[in-house]
Design a binder for this molecule. Structure first.
Ligand SMILES: Cc1cc2nc3c(=O)[nH]c(=O)nc-3n(C[C@H](O)[C@H](O)[C@H](O)COP(=O)(O)O)c2cc1C
Length: 137
């Protein structure tokens, strides 16, 4: 099924605490390349950890994930889920940004996602929160 929509969600530990300027730069590049590849999703940065949702063509999502895995800004990476899905959760976001301040205010910590089972159970709730708290683009 070449046109099947694929979703991959991972958490990672950043190699260092990224500055606002570094995060803006990362988002700028990501949005440009994701528009090119038809990839959508959301990225959160919290407590020196990333959580990212990637949606799109399976091969393109996998190629992007390989780049992300080799990116020196990431240390350890853990895939939470990767599977075909029937619809985009972030269709209109080339890469939405979920600010740490908003996540903290809503009582979310990415640390809790480091247990894979907890993550899957929380995924729907988290996506709803991301859509509410995130800054689209
Ligand atoms: C946490 C994190 C998330 C990233 N998300 C994306 C993304 O959504 N899209 C993207 O193209 N690059 C993303 N990147 C950047 C890629 O790792 C890579 O630097 C970029 O795609 C350019 O790849 P290239 O230099 O091999 O062409 C991300 C990097 C990090 C550290």
């Amino acid at each position: 099924m070449p046109d099947e929509l694929w979703r991959l969600v991972y958490v990672s530990a950043a190699s260092h605490d990224l500055s606002d300027a570094e995060l803006v730069d990362l988002l700028d590049v990501s949005r440009q390349l994701n528009l090119r590849d038809g990839i959508t999703g959301a990225l959160a940065y919290y407590d020196q950890r990333f959580l990212q949702v990637l949606e799109g063509n399976e091969l393109l999502v996998e190629a992007l994930f390989q780049r992300i895995c080799h990116d020196p800004r990431n240390d350890s990476i853990m895939t939470i889920t990767q599977s075909p899905v029937t619809g985009h959760a972030f269709e209109d976001w080339s890469m939405g940004w979920v600010p740490e301040k908003e996540l903290k205010r809503a009582g979310f910590g990415l640390r809790m996602l480091y247990s894979p089972q907890a993550s899957l159970d929380m995924m729907d709730e988290l996506f709803i929160a991301f859509r509410k708290l995130g800054r689209p683009s």
